[in-house]
Design a protein around this ligand. Structure first.
Ligand code: NAP
Length: 504
């Protein structure tokens, strides 16, 4: 066992707190930069892979892009005048992340190939265990492990018998060429739409297995000119304006539609239907692509290429449900065998994991997976009762959907730094959210979520968890931005009695 000092209190000892961050994606990297700026410099990021980038490292599928505008999908402190497109492609985002890491000298605090197996609160410190390594002690742990990173594989009989190449979109097999092949893809979410739109031209045949049609809007893509980029380079004042403009656009349209603005929601629906009519001439195919639930119930897809691709001679939309996977292809309920060389699983992610399967033990040995019981909840998407000195970035019930997660994580980091400052000022060893504050907040969320389109829209989606309710922020995101500006310290128990904190 590592050497824990139960009397240790960084704030009283006048030393810097030791802070461990799990994950070197956009949140973890942003946390290092901002914590350093605030004077908290004893930081270590644990990263399971050998490279930074999180989701932008894991996903390498053709057509990978971000449907949140580039100028908003950037750190506010590191605007990028070089973005090539209004909606960036994956490799350019990954290059931007690498640039930020180098520019802010983040790499030297990252331990690559270091998957955290266990975190254990020993009061007032955490013991962190990486596989095959000596345990280490930290004053704080920040989970920046992301949401969409555990691939969900479909449970289809015979899946292991397929003799062609088969892989999940987040585990893309770079050794496989799709060119001239008979390709099948299961799923029609954002990922599938981007892949189908990108590769259908080059394959021999694209068979798309659709369980549920998704609402789809065209992506107003635009390539930025050299002149425009040169202008932005000499006009730094433009960046906050551009970020503000796109944020405002998303908040006044999609965000409003999800939380009960029927007019906005119908406007989106009409725009999607117009787009479908324009790009898919065959009325029968159109009917099979038309959802029977409300737009924005599932995450709205922005993609201009999927409909033209699926309407082309190269593609077939299969809406008959899948019965089994056989060595040579996919058998549907109507008895038809769809012969394939390559099968792509665009079946999404296990979204109730967050930092799991890392074993996380809070005060009194309570385990996070038990506390969550398959339905993760947190206080303000960040804190958990019984887990002192532990925060999550992009944790459960945060505002996600068609928003910039970078802007959300920056707000969360700012909030967390204020809590650290408070502890420093009050010389507290431990800080934990009060169970009653957690309950109050989550009860209010549960009450409010029922009226959102995610709950009333008549669809099933990855937003809905074991409780049957969407695991999302139920109010307008502007409320989140506002409430997270300053913590309500009365929601937290600050303890300078180390024993008290340990048994909280
Ligand atoms: P997803 O939205 O969860 O879609 C998974 C698809 O697989 C759905 O069409 C689902 O059908 C289908 N599916 C799952 N299991 C199946 C089974 N057993 N049999 C048949 N079909 C099955 O996953 P995703 O497309 O990877 O996207 C996940 C999230 O990643 C998005 O919602 C978004 O937040 C993010 N993303 C963002 C971007 C971006 O541009 N910013 C791009 C890609 C992804 P049902 O609909 O019937 O469940």
């Amino acid at each position: 066992m590592a050497n824990v000092d139960p009397k240790s209190c960084w704030a009283k000892e006048g030393r810097l707190p030791r802070i461990a961050i799990v994950g070197a994606g956009l949140s973890g990297i942003g946390a290092v930069i901002k914590l350093r700026e605030a004077g908290y410099t004893d930081l270590t990021i644990y990263e399971k892979a050998d490279r930074v980038g999180g989701t932008w490292r894991d996903n390498r599928y053709p057509g990978l892009s971000c449907d949140v505008p580039s100028y908003w999908y950037s750190y506010s402190f590191e605007p990028n005048p070089h973005w090539s497109y209004r909606f960036s492609y994956g490799p350019e985002i990954l290059a931007y992340i690498e640039h930020v890491v180098d520019r802010y000298d983040v790499r030297r605090v990252i331990r690559f190939n270091s998957e955290v197996e266990e975190l254990r609160y020993l009061g007032p410190q955490w013991q962190l265990q990486v596989k095959n390594c000596e345990p280490e002690i930290y004053d704080f742990v920040i989970s920046a492990s992301g949401i969409l990173h555990h691939p969900a594989y479909p449970e289809i009989p015979g899946i292991e018998d397929f003799e062609g190449k088969m892989f999940h979109t987040a585990r893309w097999d770079d050794t496989v060429s799709l060119s001239g092949q008979r390709v099948g893809i299961i799923g029609t979410g954002s990922t599938s739409a981007q892949i189908v739109g990108e590769v259908t031209d080059e394959v021999a045949k694209m068979t798309v297995f659709q369980r549920t049609p998704h609402w789809m809007a065209p992506l107003p893509q635009k390539k930025y000119s050299t002149l425009w980029k040169a202008f932005l380079r000499v006009s730094p004042w433009m960046h906050p304006i551009l970020a503000w403009f796109y944020k405002r656009l998303m908040l006044t349209t999609f965000a409003k539609a999800t939380i009960g603005d029927v007019k906005q929601q119908q406007k989106i629906e009409q725009a999607c239907l117009r787009f479908l009519k324009k790009t898919v001439p065959d009325p029968q195919l159109r009917a099979r692509l038309t959802p029977d639930y409300k737009a924005t119930c599932k995450r709205l897809i922005f993609c201009s290429d999927f409909y033209p691709a699926i309407a082309s001679d190269k593609a077939e939309l299969v809406t008959e449900s899948i019965e089994a996977i056989e060595p040579t292809g996919v058998r549907t309920r109507d008895g038809r065998l769809h012969e394939l060389d390559i099968l792509i699983l665009a079946t999404g992610f296990k979204v109730s994991e967050f930092i799991l399967p890392t074993r996380v033990f809070g005060a009194n040995g309570i385990e996070l997976s038990q506390q969550w019981g398959g339905a993760p909840r947190a206080h303000r998407a960040m804190a958990l009762p019984h887990f002192p000195n532990f925060w999550m970035l992009e944790g459960p019930t945060g505002p996600v959907g068609n928003l910039s997660l970078i802007s959300i994580t920056e707000v969360q980091i700012g909030y967390m730094i204020q809590l650290l400052d408070k502890m420093k000022a009050e010389k507290s060893a431990a800080l934990v959210v009060k169970p009653e504050a957690f309950e109050r907040y989550n009860r209010a969320m549960a009450d409010a979520i029922g009226t959102t389109t995610w709950a009333t829209g008549g669809c099933s989606s990855w937003y809905i968890d074991k409780t049957g309710k969407p695991n999302l922020y139920p109010w307008h995101p502007s409320r989140f931005y506002e409430e997270m500006k300053t913590p309500d310290y009365s929601e937290y128990l600050l303890s300078d009695s180390v024993e008290g904190a340990a048994s909280t």
